[in-house]
Design a protein around this ligand. Structure first.
Ligand SMILES: [Fe+2]
Length: 185
């Protein structure tokens, strides 16, 4: 189930707010310029569906976002818990960083944890199947796919030369919760 928790920058132990209500999550995130939507597939997708079938099932929403934001490419990434490179992939964006383009991800299946650092607040968003998140360029954040990652996501890109993270070395991400998909609460 999707969840937003908001923390004070200096206190990773006690959330100021915790909600699983989609409208409330979207409102809280809209207030800091972050897009959060729920999309419905236009066709049933079987596990292991081709990337073409995934893109086709969400074509209307994809085209809307592309037209609005001017993205140049859209792709699909699938990561399974037995992926031999899962540790390396998980480690890549676990520390605080930003990009010079928006980070827009739609979770076709599975889940992941985006955490944003805006002003003196930390916004931790557990994204689940059906969630779209749009993090504006230059927003400080990190992403945890967990120790046994499992997700299929649609990604949107503006720049042709790949996805670059600019790291802050703040150490902030290391003080906040990591992703534990099985944990209660
Ligand atoms: Fe990122």
């Amino acid at each position: 189930m999707s969840r937003l928790r908001i923390f004070a920058e200096g206190d990773p132990s006690t959330p100021l707010l915790s909600t699983r209500e989609h409208g409330e999550i979207a409102n809280q995130l809209a207030a800091i310029g972050v897009r959060f939507e729920q999309w419905q597939a236009s066709a049933e997708l079987e596990p292991g569906a081709s990337h073409e079938a995934v893109l086709s099932a969400y074509r209307g929403d994809i085209d809307r976002i592309v037209a609005e934001k001017g993205f140049k490419t859209v792709d699909v990434v699938s990561i399974a818990p037995d992926n031999p490179k899962r540790e390396e992939m998980r480690a890549k964006f676990l520390a605080e960083h930003f990009h010079k383009e928006d980070e827009v991800r739609f979770f076709v299946d599975g889940s992941g944890l985006f955490t944003l650092h805006v002003g003196e607040r930390i916004y931790e968003i557990r994204c689940e199947k059906g969630d779209l998140i749009g993090v504006p360029d230059s927003t400080l954040h990190w992403f945890d796919m967990g120790p046994e990652p499992r997700f299929v996501a649609i990604r949107f890109f503006t720049e042709p030369d790949g996805w670059v993270g600019h790291f802050t070395d703040s150490g902030l991400a290391e003080r906040f919760p990591r992703y534990e998909p099985g944990a209660a609460g």
